[in-house]
Design a protein around this ligand. Structure first.
Ligand SMILES: O=C(O)c1ccccc1NCC(=O)[C@H](O)[C@H](O)COP(=O)(O)O
Length: 263
């Protein structure tokens, strides 16, 4: 695992330590309500390349991106641009996010009558975080394959399934792809960012996405800024792109989402 990711995961395990407790099946399953797989369906149903638009104030690679960003206002731009899904970074220390952002955005979407699915983008290590995601209205969680043991991946997936949440398996190598494929994924995301050097390269999506079976929804993540980048991801066979910094810095995020979709 890269140094930064090791540091973040170690921090996360300490941060959640006081909240960890056994999570009962009934606590999770009351959220399932027959609507499992909302994110994977939304991404697959999109006629153009689907866009998951991310809310992110800062990151280890970019530093401050938009320290004062209002999560709901940003979500409003994304909805105006017809984003197919939203990704909300809930990690405070490294990304400036919070669970409050997730609650606020899902409340906003519900009030607007918009069912746009939200991904809780965080460093998941324990089922309690899956329960928190479901309580806050998320439709999906992130599982970073290189950061978790097989047992942890299975335990988190089981909790997500019980709560009716999709699991996005994030990979960065062929070996991680093999691991993800052994776990019957509905969604696999290729993270173009090398977390040890902090450089992004869409060539990774171009190499890995064609190796993913067609019945799995594929997402190209990180380092996408232009219509041309989105076109490269689409050419590689991606069903969706996940874009953070490019959209947060954009003067008109809704227009940029439309540009991605037209690429
Ligand atoms: O973005 C980082 O610097 C980072 C560092 C360590 C772990 C994860 C990190 N990013 C999380 C993400 O996956 C991105 O926020 C997401 O893919 C969007 O990337 P971008 O469009 O390049 O902002």
């Amino acid at each position: 695992m890269s140094d930064k990711l090791t540091e973040i995961m170690a921090h996360k395990r300490i941060e959640i330590r006081d909240r960890v407790r056994p999570v009962r099946e009934e606590e999770l399953s009351r959220f399932a309500a027959g609507d499992t797989g909302r994110l994977s369906r939304a991404l697959r149903d999109s006629e153009e390349i689907a866009v998951i638009a991310e809310i992110k104030r800062r990151s280890p690679s970019a530093g401050d991106i938009s320290a004062g960003l209002d999560a709901v206002e940003q979500a409003r731009h994304y909805i105006n641009g017809e984003a197919d899904g939203l990704s909300i970074l809930t990690d405070e220390k490294y990304f400036g996010g919070s669970l409050r952002d997730l609650w606020d955005v899902t409340d906003f979407l519900r009030d607007r009558g918009r069912p746009t699915p939200c991904l809780r983008k965080d460093f998941m290590v324990d089922p309690i975080q899956v329960l928190e995601a479901a309580e806050a209205g998320a439709s999906a969680i992130l599982l970073i394959v290189r950061a978790l043991s097989i047992d942890e991946l299975k335990r988190l997936r089981e909790a997500a399934d019980l709560a009716g949440l999709d699991s996005l398996y994030e990979i960065h190598s062929e070996e991680e792809l093999e691991t993800a494929l052994s776990l019957d994924p509905r969604i696999v995301g290729v993270n173009n960012r090398d977390l040890s050097r902090f450089v992004t390269d869409l060539a990774l999506s171009e190499a890995l996405i064609p190796q993913i079976p067609d019945d799995i929804v594929t997402v190209s993540e990180s380092g996408i800024f232009t219509g041309e980048d989105a076109g490269r991801a689409r050419e590689a066979g991606a069903d969706a792109i996940l874009v953070g910094e490019g959209l947060v810095r954009a003067e008109d995020p809704a227009a940029l989402i439309r540009e991605f979709k037209e690429a």
